[in-house]
Design a protein around this ligand. Structure first.
Ligand code: GTP
Length: 610
């Protein structure tokens, strides 16, 4: 049976035609079922589309009878998807380890993008059989030969091995079927030792998941060995959770119940688990009759807990929306296993959550979802990376907010996350890219010229990349350059904590950890902004930026001139003098107390990402 199965992913950039190709393949396979799920999926993914990322497709199982085969042999083709964005790189690697092949799909007018290239390389390194395809050859502006050369240069693939198709007209799709059958290997048996040979123990890798109100957490799995029947008891290795396969089946692409899922197949297992965080992408599912970890259980390699890389706090703009915010986050978490949040309260912002995200895109998706799906207006503080702070007593502390930084005298060094950054661009922009690199503490590693394109590789502090680097890169290269990055390690940084004082009082919510070289400019910028947004007081207020008590920038908001005698008609000068004296004393008292109350609106203005 296994020799009839072909499991593969499509690696493509947004709009390069992934869904159209899947539809066309279903149609040609004679499946009457159109891909119904797409419309539903599109609703919740509208945002991803707007942000220019490819929408994750529902996995789909295509039954294909080769028309040229005299015996009319039947094949099961399982197509699953890879999320295209770097924030979800970990999910990509799980998808790739669930299949034996990959279709590399490139738009004939657009050419290949950095993230597609990065995912292609991951697939190649996993040992997958790659089927390179140029799509949309019917377009009047198709540059088939040029793109063919580009793919050939970038991916080291012979031009004659690249298929040219139109997912729209159907031209060339038959050749894709043929290549899938002929070139992608059927699933192999996996032993517990990983050395080949047979194993009957059921093992499946979770490559995606979904939460369903009735079915509970549903695992999208690839069976790596053995088989499972509906009703079998199961055990999730990473979360040490015992449960039951309440329903199992295939993707057609909607859920299609089945009684058995056997070796090599791709399908779903409904677990009935109501705490979705217990079902984790990358985990291994075993069978277990006694609800305990099976003896000698050896999980499939590669599981890692999701690592948040970007941190920010979120507060509802209406203070009494806190409960709603909590409920909404709980709901979002059901289908977003990588979302982290814990309650916090800060100064006059009231109650909110400190949150961890996989990256900036993940952060934006969550903010937008809160607004669109839960009608919740929130403010999000300026995102930060996570730091590791080495203390003088040799302990290491994780710090996500400047206000949590230990005292300077306790710190031995601050470490920040670094990434490998790869930029793919037409060669003409090399100079522009290098200029940007200078301004962002990027370390140039190498560049590689491939035809008209150039790949420039850097090492970069993540902090530099998560701000507006990508937007700047796009505008500096007329939209042509694309980039991809992945985490390398934590490195010592010349970083300081920049503090802000208002009327002599420190406001920790405004503090930030930044490179020393940028401290003065950033200090001045925030001080000026504070001056703009702070309401005037009855007395002059000093706004200062400071590093370890040393003032590096200062502005003063002049006192509000309140006419305390205006209501007195005529010239009773003694009464006026009395009032002026009283006003002066009041100002003095306030100055002495040094209290400036900051309306939450001002906090929001300053903390809001700009
Ligand atoms: P996302 O799901 O948004 O990532 O996009 P996708 O890669 O699934 O692309 P999709 O299939 O939605 O196609 C994007 C657009 O390109 C649609 O308007 C399609 O009709 C069009 N398209 C896809 N294939 C072809 C083709 O072969 N020729 C032409 N002319 N248009 C195509």
């Amino acid at each position: 049976m296994m020799e009839n199965i072909r499991n593969f992913v499509i690696i493509a950039h947004i709009d390069h035609g992934k869904s159209t190709l899947a539809d066309r393949m279903l149609e040609m396979a004679g499946s009457v079922e159109k891909r119904k799920m797409r419309a539903q999926y599109l609703d919740s993914m509208e945002l991803e589309r707007e942000k220019g990322i490819t929408i994750k497709m529902q996995p789909v199982r295509i039954i294909w009878r080769d028309p040229s085969d005299q015996q009319n042999k039947e094949y099961i083709l399982n197509l699953i998807d890879t999320p295209g964005h770097v924030d979800f790189g970990y999910e990509v690697s799980r998808s790739l380890s669930s299949v034996e092949g990959a279709i590399l799909l490139v738009d004939a007018a657009q050419g290949i993008q950095a993230q597609t290239l990065a995912n292609y390389k991951l697939a190649r390194d996993e040992g997958l059989k790659i089927i390179p395809v140029i799509n949309k050859i019917d377009l009047p502006n198709a540059k088939v030969e040029e793109i063919e050369k580009e793919i050939s240069d970038l991916c080291d693939i012979l031009p004659e091995n690249i298929l040219k198709i139109s997912a729209k007209t159907g031209e060339g799709i038959d050749k894709i079927f043929k290549k899938i059958i002929d070139e992608i290997p059927a699933p192999k048996l996996l032993s517990n030792t990983g050395e080949g040979g047979a194993s009957d123990d059921f093992k499946a890798i979770v490559f995606d998941s979904l939460y369903d109100n009735h079915k509970g957490a549903v695992a999208f799995v690839r069976v790596m060995s053995g088989e499972i029947n509906s009703g079998d008891r199961i055990y999730l290795f990473a979360s040490k959770t015992a449960s039951e396969a309440t329903e199992i089946g295939f993707f057609q692409p909607e859920f299609k119940k089945a009684s058995t899922l056997s070796n090599g197949q791709i399908g779903y297992i409904a677990t009935g688990i109501k705490e979705p965080e217990k079902l984790r992408v990358g985990d291994t599912i075993f069978k277990s009759n006694n609800g305990k970890i099976p003896e000698g259980a050896n999980p499939l390699p590669g599981y890692a807990d999701p690592k948040p890389m970007v941190f920010a706090s979120v507060y509802p703009t209406q203070e009494n929306d806190f409960e709603l915010l909590k409920k909404s986050l709980d709901k979002l978490k059901l289908n977003d296993w990588a979302l982290f949040y814990s309650p916090e309260s800060f100064a006059s912002l009231g109650r909110g959550f400190s949150m961890g995200f996989l990256g900036m895109l993940h952060l934006e998706i969550i903010k937008e979802r809160l607004a669109r799906e839960y009608n919740l207006e929130t403010i999000l503080t300026t995102p930060s990376v996570g730091f590791k702070v080495k203390l003088k007593n040799d302990k290491i502390k994780d710090v996500f907010r400047a206000s949590d930084l230990p005292k300077t005298e306790e710190i031995s060094e601050i470490l920040e996350p670094w990434v490998n950054l790869e930029i793919l661009s037409p060669q003409d922009y090399f100079g522009t890219i290098m200029k940007m690199a200078d301004a962002h503490r990027l370390l140039f590693k190498e560049s590689e010229q491939l035809g008209n394109l150039i790949i420039v590789r850097f090492e970069a502090p993540l902090m530099e990349i998560i701000a507006d680097f990508y937007d700047k890169l796009k505008s500096a290269t007329s939209g042509f350059a694309s980039m991809n990055y992945d985490f390398v390690e934590f490195r010592r940084g010349d970083l300081i904590r920049l503090n802000f004082l208002i009327a002599g009082e420190e406001f920790p919510a405004f503090s930030r950890i930044i490179p020393k070289i940028r401290a003065e400019r950033e200090g001045r910028r925030i001080v000026e902004k504070l001056k703009e947004v702070l309401p005037r007081q009855n007395f002059a207020v000093a706004i200062q930026a400071a590093i370890e008590g040393k003032i590096i920038a200062r502005e003063t908001i002049p006192a509000m001139k309140k006419d305390v005698t205006g209501h007195l008609y005529g010239g009773d000068i003694t009464r006026k003098k009395k009032l002026w004296k009283k006003q002066k004393e009041g100002k003095k008292r306030m100055r002495e107390r040094g209290t400036v109350s900051i309306p939450s609106r001002v906090y929001m203005d300053i903390l809001r990402r700009d």
